[in-house]
Design a protein around this ligand. Structure first.
Ligand SMILES: [Zn+2]
Length: 441
């Protein structure tokens, strides 16, 4: 009898322990569920503890960004800008578990370290200085790995800065592409197996469309083959080419490239937690001015700088392109443990045969036929490039440049707003960018 009581006592004591341990585990589970926290909870916590570095390990955020001009609109500032690293990735900086019953709980003495893929502060500021007093942006990334090297935007945000902008033009804005769209039109043509190398056209300054309207060229380019027309950016040649497109097939290609065509809406694109609007255009009729003009890059075409860089990267990379990302890893220094690591992700934007055709045309369009771009100041380290100019209102125009720095596997898109008379050149910005982006080891 007494032995039985004793045994019951042991069983009871084991049960109590099981109960106690279960409660502790449950408490931790509740506490660990950071998904249930509000942004403010997480942010307040990350604000105190998180450290963010550039790609070399230099601290660029430690409670506040080191330099707002270089990183303000990319890393962010509290609740002010939502499409930023800090706002979208704050939860990753929370050290250990947060207990919802007992309040905040630091189980890590040292702050978590988030390593980004961004260039150093010095490099970012150097690029920004190339813009002079102009607005604009430059997005550049490695199309093989997805690492974003820079997404500078002007004007920037800084506390107490009277001209502060709360957006990052690289991810929040859309631009009329001007002739950078001719790269897209070339892809559409190659994708429908139009034999570009057999085409020839004589430009006398304008091309008359079947609806009676005219597509004008800045000058008379004379007799051209396709690659030359791409290099010299002949509107007439492209109008002649676009009128030969199969509309259905063209829409299919444009959609594969990420364009919303004829007001069909797609979901906003996500890029490592940051969202960006989709590029859009119209194309329903090869005989009408608006449609042809849009594929030449004016009128109703609007592009996302990120998307255009991805398209350029896909051309250089056999049609497949890495999805851009900013956050490389997050480390808990207390345990020397990596708590988050970027997963490389890729998508196929074009068929490999289309990519290879366009790559040849683009290479020859950039390099041959008077060497136009290089004579105008582009460095040869920029392997492929296409310029663009788009009119904004009556007097202003934006300068745009899409390109690839092949030895650094880098694709970029640069916009200088209201560039006329500023002395600021997209070529200079691209040249400086080419010096800064890392080469593969
Ligand atoms: Zn022309």
């Amino acid at each position: 009898m007494r032995r039985k009581e004793k045994r019951m006592g042991v069983v009871f004591s084991i049960l109590s322990w099981v109960l106690a341990i279960s409660m502790v585990i449950a408490l931790f589970r509740i506490g660990g569920a950071t998904d249930d926290l509000t942004y403010d909870d997480v942010f307040r916590f990350a604000d105190i503890h998180g450290v963010i570095t550039d790609r070399t390990g230099q601290i660029i955020y430690n409670g506040q960004v080191s330099d707002f001009k270089a990183y303000g609109n990319t890393i962010g500032h509290g609740n002010l800008m939502h499409n930023t690293v800090l706002y979208r990735h704050a939860a990753k900086l929370v050290p250990g578990s947060v207990n919802s019953l007992t309040g905040y709980r630091t189980v890590e003495g040292e702050p978590r370290q988030m390593k980004t893929t961004l260039l150093s502060q010095e490099d970012q500021l150097h690029l920004i200085s190339q813009f002079g007093d102009r607005k604009g942006c430059c997005f550049a990334y490695n199309y093989e790995t997805g690492e974003i090297y820079t997404m500078i935007t002007l004007p920037h945000y800084a506390p107490d800065y009277e001209n502060a902008a709360f957006i990052n033009r690289c991810v929040d804005s859309l631009y009329t592409p001007g002739s950078t769209m001719k790269l897209v039109a070339t892809i559409v043509a190659a994708d429908q197996k139009i034999k570009l190398k057999d085409l020839s056209y004589t430009c006398n300054g304008s091309f008359q469309l079947p609806d009676g309207s005219k597509i004008n060229c800045p000058g008379s380019h004379g007799k051209l083959v396709f690659d030359e027309a791409l290099g010299k950016s002949c509107n007439g040649f492209f109008a002649y080419l676009i009128t030969q497109f199969d509309v259905e097939k063209a829409i299919e290609t444009l959609e594969e490239l990420g364009f919303e065509v004829n007001e069909t809406e797609h979901e906003k694109n996500e890029m490592d937690g940051l969202t960006r609007p989709n590029s859009s255009t119209v194309f329903a009729n090869t005989k009408r001015f608006d449609d042809v003009w849009a594929l030449i890059g004016q009128g109703q075409s609007q592009v996302s700088p990120v998307s255009m860089a991805m398209i350029a990267g896909a051309v250089a990379n056999g049609g497949k392109v890495a999805r851009p990302y900013l956050v490389e890893s997050v480390t808990n220094p207390n345990k020397n443990k990596v708590t988050y690591e970027a997963e490389g992700d890729a998508e196929k934007l074009l068929s490999s045969s289309t990519a290879s055709t366009v790559k040849k045309n683009w290479y020859s369009g950039t390099r041959e036929y008077d060497y136009t771009y290089y004579n105008l100041g582009l460095d040869e380290t920029v392997t492929y490039a296409k310029t663009g100019t788009s009119e904004v209102g009556e007097t202003a125009e934006n300068s745009l440049l899409v390109g690839v720095i092949e030895e650094a596997k880098t694709a970029f898109y640069i916009i200088v707003e209201d560039s006329r008379g500023s002395g600021v050149s997209t070529f200079t910005i691209a040249n400086e960018l080419a010096k800064l982006v890392p080469r593969a080891k």
